[in-house]
Design a protein around this ligand. Structure first.
Ligand code: CA
Length: 241
């Protein structure tokens, strides 16, 4: 098995060095970037398995780095572990839902951080295997055939509706903002999404018929796929907006 590749985007040089040293000792291949712009560039050029991303960065902030990586098909599946200086920033990560997979508050100990990184990488590997077909809420979504079925009946989704459903159902419970959904559902044809996300959601819900409530509205944020039984750390987010 090849080594997992990590990219550390951290402007505090001593911290970046300590992280690199310890993570290399754990058997990871480690690259570093000292600002957000360089971080984006390296992530795009090398598509690492995981990015350890500091929030406060020169040139491009961590939130924006996150958004850029999530909006590009090539980098959108890279795991992102956010480093934050203050616990209040955690609320922002959850509230704005910039697409980080996990976060750690500074100061942190190396050992738990390594555990979190390994857990995220494992999750990625298992998601990779299950990625072609999703079964959730009574519907089967098949990415190879680009089809979605309920009770064996094809839902006849448009390409945009399909991408929308796939994106939401892949991470049940995780709220997606409208802009993020726009970026993800646009596909190769940048002009294909002249209607708003809300219009696509409405049409998708109509096709889902009695299962329409699988697509939940998250007030002040956007939409999410209904999760049962647990929504994870983002659960309280819908009411706090
Ligand atoms: Ca910083």
């Amino acid at each position: 098995m090849s080594k997992s590749r990590l990219l550390i985007v951290e402007d505090e040089r001593s911290l970046a060095e300590v992280l690199q040293y310890n993570l290399e000792k754990e058997g990871f291949e480690v690259m570093t970037a000292a600002d957000g712009q360089d971080g984006v560039r390296k992530a795009q050029a090398h598509t690492p398995d995981l990015v350890v991303l500091d929030l406060m960065l020169p040139i491009i902030e961590g939130f924006e780095v996150c958004r850029i990586l999530r909006s590009d098909a090539k980098t959108q599946n890279i795991r992102i572990l956010m480093l934050t200086a203050r616990s209040e920033e955690v609320d922002e990560i959850v509230g704005f839902n910039m697409g980080a997979d996990d976060y750690v508050t500074k100061p942190f100990k190396i050992k738990p951080l390594v555990h979190r990184i390994k857990a995220l990488l494992r999750r990625d590997a298992s998601a990779e295997q299950a990625r072609d077909v999703i079964n959730a809420g009574g519907i089967e979504i098949d990415r190879i055939n680009h089809s979605a079925r309920a009770d064996g009946q094809d839902l006849h989704l448009t390409p945009t509706e399909f991408r929308l459903l796939w994106t939401l159902a892949r991470q049940p419970g995780r709220p997606f903002g409208r802009n993020e959904l726009m970026d993800r559902c646009r596909g190769e044809d940048a002009n294909a999404l002249e209607r708003t996300i809300d219009v696509h959601v409405r049409s998708l819900r109509q096709k889902l018929e009695q299962r329409a409530d699988l697509i939940e509205t998250v007030r002040g944020v956007g939409y999410r796929f209904r999760s049962e039984p647990m929504a994870g750390p983002l659960e309280g987010e819908a009411t706090s907006a």
